[in-house]
Design a protein around this ligand. Structure first.
Ligand code: GAP
Length: 442
């Protein structure tokens, strides 16, 4: 049955989406109401997977030694978005097809030989003029809904860092170069969301802004590009599917002097998972201008030189990073008639499963004790339902690196069978060594 399904597999992203639902990684938002387009909910295993990714990111930032954490609010003073350029520039060219009424982005649409935009749905060249559509979601602060009370849901977390630059520097007695990192939700009213959780209207960003002397921008740009590339590899991403893409002059955002994307080869092609930008002094300059607060920095290490620091930004989507991890882990093992998620143990949502061959009695009791003991150290599952083969398949599909099977011999010899997810190899080890084994192998 499984083999037959595998033979028909044409769309790996559809298979991954289906596995994510079946196994509790990601559900469609508001599904019982027919779903809400481009919004997704993380199920129990998705939360665990995303948390592991976020923890790896956060810990790698803090371990750098000169980076502080922040959690700024989603709603900010509207002037922030004027200063940042989002009100003016954060737009996509929106076009409507007069024939089939499809709505799409002009810059991503196919064109005919003469360069005329064609509808990506029906191919018609009868389309409206492109008009700029701002991607920021609006709402109102307080009970009155008028223009004066309009606020925006942040489209990036970065601005919360810029406006707190001085607060963090002075409260934490930091001197340039130093960084501020934060993880949080961002919202964009994308015209064409899609590809599962790749492009959504609500997502989480993990952003770090590193403040440097203007003469040191290139040095730090190179440093962060390499560091961030290595971080993805360190999470277990296949090196062949990861590349750096430098931006050409036409691709650069309005605030950037230079930029690199880190791209992953998704089932739908090479696409950005992270951006590393040299934002120069653009942001702090603009906030100085719009807030009328002096944001210059006095550098005691450089004879009290006054300057606006340059910013090297690293910005990665937590959900998009999770999608790269999911796609990278997904493996159809037709020889063994199984689907296996080959997560690195670092990100695997469940580290070990305890599988007793008997539900009740002495063996059930022993297995429960093993589970309780391990669960306090690692995320574990206890599964005593169905044949052992089925239980292994279930754990393979959620990417559990190790299954620990307790059988009747375990009662006598106090040993347990360790079954390795990828090789399916089985070893027998002493129950008293299980913790050390997991410590060494996770
Ligand atoms: N502060 C810079 C900034 O926001 P960006 O390239 O627009 O730069 C950074 O976004 C990262 O945020 C992207 O590389 C991607 O991982 C994630 N991201 C952006 N838009 C997204 C969306 N609609 N859905 C999911 N992730 C998104």
């Amino acid at each position: 049955m499984l083999l037959a399904t595998m033979a028909k597999v044409k769309d790996p992203l559809a298979e991954i989406t289906s596995l994510c639902k079946r196994r509790g990684f990601v559900f469609q938002s508001s599904e019982i109401y027919g779903g809400l387009n481009s919004c997704w909910d993380c199920g129990p295993l998705g939360v665990a997977l995303k948390r592991n990714i976020k923890d790896l990111w956060w810990n790698s930032m803090i371990a750098h030694g000169d980076i502080e954490g922040l959690d700024s609010s989603i709603l900010m003073a509207p002037k922030v978005w004027e200063a940042s350029g989002h009100i003016e520039n954060f737009t996509d060219p929106l076009v409507d097809c007069k024939k089939c009424k499809a709505r799409f982005r002009a810059d991503k649409a196919p064109t005919d030989e003469a360069g005329k935009i064609l509808c990506p749905e029906c191919g018609s060249d009868q389309v409206t003029e492109a008009r700029n559509f701002n991607l920021m979601f609006k709402t109102f602060m307080g009970p009155v809904e008028n223009k004066g009370n309009e606020v925006f849901l942040r489209p990036e977390t970065a601005q919360g860092i810029y406006v707190n630059f001085q607060n963090v520097a002075s409260s934490m007695r930091r001197t340039v170069p130093f960084g501020i990192c934060q993880i949080g939700k961002a919202f964009r009213n994308e015209i064409t969301p899609g590809n599962f959780i790749f492009r959504t209207r609500e997502f989480e960003q993990m952003e770090m802004q590193f403040f440097v002397h203007p003469e040191e921008d290139q040095k730090w740009m190179d440093h962060w590009m390499e560091k961030r590339y290595q971080w993805h590899l360190n999470m277990g991403i296949n090196e062949k599917k990861l590349r750096k893409h430098p931006h050409g002059p036409k691709e650069l955002a309005h605030y950037a002097k230079s930029a690199f994307d880190i791209e992953y080869e998704f089932p739908f092609g090479w696409s950005e998972i992270e951006g590393v930008h040299n934002r120069t002094d653009f942001d702090l300059n603009r906030h100085q201008e719009y807030s009328k607060k002096n944001l210059t920095y006095v550098d005691v290490k450089r004879n009290n030189e006054r300057y606006i620091p340059y910013i090297i930004e690293t910005s990665v989507g937590a959900d998009r990073s999770m999608l790269s991890v999911l796609c990278d882990a997904y493996h159809e093992d037709s020889e063994n008639e199984r689907i296996v998620m080959r997560f690195s143990p670092k990100v695997a949502p469940v580290k070990a499963a305890i599988l007793p061959l008997q539900k009740k009695g002495e063996l059930g009791e022993l297995s429960q004790n093993v589970y309780k003991d391990l669960q306090s150290h690692w995320a574990c599952q206890y599964d005593d339902g169905g044949s052992i083969g089925k239980r292994y398949r279930r754990q393979d599909e959620i990417g559990t690196p190790f299954c620990l099977t307790l059988d009747f011999d375990s009662l006598e010899d106090k040993k347990v069978t360790v079954r390795h997810r990828d090789s399916m190899k089985q070893d027998r080890i002493d129950l008293s060594n299980v913790k050390d084994f997991l410590k060494d192998n996770l």
